[in-house]
Structure formats: C-alpha cells, structure tokens
Design a protein around this ligand. Structure first.
Ligand SMILES: [Zn+2]
Length: 336
C-alpha cells in the first residue's frame, strides 16, 4: 500500500488489503471479518487501514484520502463510530453489560453518518456471555455496521460466530519479502552477514517483525558464543550450560538448542544446507553431528519440549531446578 501510507505498514498485508477493499468496492463484502495470526504480523495495521477506507468520505479508489474529517478523526484516534473492544486497566471492556450497551448504541444512527465499526482487538478476552451477545447481533446485524474480530487461533471463535464471518488467516510472508523488509528496517543490515539475517528470520518462523526484534537484541550478538559453549559443554560436561541458561532468556535459548539440533538431524539425513535454520553455524552443526547420534538427538528434543512446557505453563516454578532437571536428562541421553 503506497498512496497514503498507514504507519506502520507491512508489505505482506498488501494482498489482504486489496482483496477486502475490492469486495467493498464490488459491494460483495461481508458484515464481519475474522483476522487470525499466531504471531505479530501487523493485523492491527490492516484493520486500521480498512477502517480508514470505510470511513473516508473522499476515497481515492482503493485508498483513503487522509485529509477528510473522518480520516483526521481516525488519525487522532477519536472517531466516534469506531469502537475498539480491548481490556485495559480502567474498564472491563469485555464485560457482558459493556458489550450489551455497545450493541444497543450501534443500533442508533452513526455520528458521522457513514458506518460503524466494532473492532474486537483480542477476541479471546470475551467471555461466553459476551460472545453470545455478539452472535445474536451477527444473526441480525445492524445497517452499515462492520465487525472486525482479531484472534491468534481459530479455536477461540465459536463455530456459530465463525460461520457468519469471512475468515482470513494471516500468514508469514515468504523469505524474499521478509528479507526485503528487514533490509529497509534493520539499520545494521549491511554490517551483518546475510546468512546471519536469514537465520534470524528462519528461527523466528519467517516473521519479520520478530526477526527484527531479535536482531536488535543483544543476545543475537552473543549467539555464536552461546553455540560454542553448547558444543564444549557436550564435549566436557553438559551441566556447564546451567550458568548460561539460568536467566530470563531461557525460552530463547531452549529454542536455539532445538533449532540447531534440528539442523544436526537434517545433516544426518543428508538434507541440502539451503533448508537449514542456522545457515551461519554450519561448522558447529558439523561438530555436533560428529558427537551425537541421530536417535539421541530425537530423545533430547523431546526432553527440551517437555521442560519448556513446564517453564511456560507453571508460573511460580523454580526455573533453576527445571533447568538442572533438563540438563541431567540430556546428559543421561548423551552418555547412554
Ligand atoms: Zn478521507
């Protein structure tokens, strides 16, 4: 989207934007849309851009004008016909009474005489009562009102609501688009080797926004040191990893061990290097390949998953103890 840029805008949203706006232009649009993405792919920017176009009273084909009263009200976050439903500390927006009052309000005319938009910014925050109120509304939707539902997982949406919406799964862009975006947005792009940037993108499941955060994080600078310590710990004593794992970055580090072990599996299976996650760590992958058998790696990965789940699911657990247990398990597998 180039004409009147929405900031921040992400190129992988272009197709979704064009397709939905064209539905509106052809009057083949839906009343309610669900946007689903597992991770941060900029869905809010997409919904914001669609809202702006719907409200704009001086549309420039598929673009909003950015200068009409409606565009300006929206840019200032004070458009009276946009209702964003999201919990904050002041008011429980997902409370059923709040939702009921809101629905009553939208049956009245819109303030700016264009449309009304109800944006559920985190659908899973709604309780069952609120979801049922929404369902009733979608069964007989008020005129000129559109609903945008934002979620991380399709299962968060009741099947009865789902069947009344158009569902859009927002996917990670391909690697080429991801790298192009990083080239424009990562200020050290030219300093780092391309293989390192590519590895960050792959480790982040091709989600450019997450890769950018990782590349800007200090732990990325120390990644090679981390892998060297991992290798030497396997050679000498796995418990040496305790000092490096016992901190707030533990989940990152467990993922990194998992990804490099996956690459070692790929090497065992003679899979082409171009499909590896850690394109910049081939020598470490070779060294690990030489000291750990395939069967043991698979067992180790299972243990890593098991203890990672414990760390994520149990809030008040002694992290250090969990890591010790994990390392003891890895050692047992390695020595067997
Ligand atoms: Zn406008």
């Amino acid at each position: 989207m180039k004409k009147q840029p929405i900031s921040p805008w992400f190129p992988w949203l272009d197709d979704y934007y064009y397709k939905i706006i064209n539905q509106f232009k052809k009057k083949k649009n839906y009343k309610a849309y669900i946007f689903c993405a597992l991770n941060d792919l900029g869905i809010s920017s997409l919904i914001y851009a669609l809202t702006k176009w719907i409200f704009c009273i001086n549309k420039q084909k598929i673009y909003s004008c950015s200068i009409c009263t409606n565009c300006i009200l929206l840019q200032k976050n004070i458009h009276p016909d946009l209702y964003i439903i999201k919990n904050n500390t002041k008011e429980n927006f997902t409370n059923v009474d709040y939702i009921r009052n809101l629905i009553d309000k939208i049956y009245q005319t819109s303030y700016k005489d264009v449309s009304k938009i109800i944006w559920f910014a985190n659908f899973k925050q709604l309780n069952l009562f609120s979801k049922n109120v929404l369902l009733k509304t979608l069964e007989e939707p008020p005129k000129n009102t559109f609903f945008f539902l934002q979620c991380n997982n399709k299962d968060e949406i009741l099947p009865t609501i789902y069947s009344r919406c158009q569902f859009w799964n927002i996917n990670s862009p391909n690697e080429k688009i991801g790298l192009l975006w990083l080239k424009e947005n990562f200020k050290n792009y030219k300093i780092l080797k391309i293989k390192s940037i590519q590895s960050a993108l792959r480790i982040c499941n091709y989600i450019p926004i997450n890769a950018l955060q990782l590349l800007n994080n200090n732990i990325w600078k120390n990644r090679s040191i981390f892998y060297n310590i991992l290798l030497s710990s396997f050679k000498k004593n796995i418990m040496n990893l305790l000092s490096i794992l016992d901190n707030n970055n533990i989940l990152f580090y467990l993922d990194w061990i998992y990804f490099i072990l996956l690459d070692v599996i790929k090497l065992h299976l003679k899979i082409d290097f171009k499909f590896f996650y850690n394109l910049d760590q081939i020598s470490i992958i070779y060294e690990l390949f030489n000291i750990i058998f395939l069967k043991k790696i698979i067992l180790m990965i299972k243990k890593i998953f098991f203890y990672k789940k414990i760390l994520i699911k149990i809030n008040k657990i002694n992290h250090k103890l969990v890591i010790i247990n994990l390392l003891l398990s890895l050692e047992e597998i390695y020595q067997s």
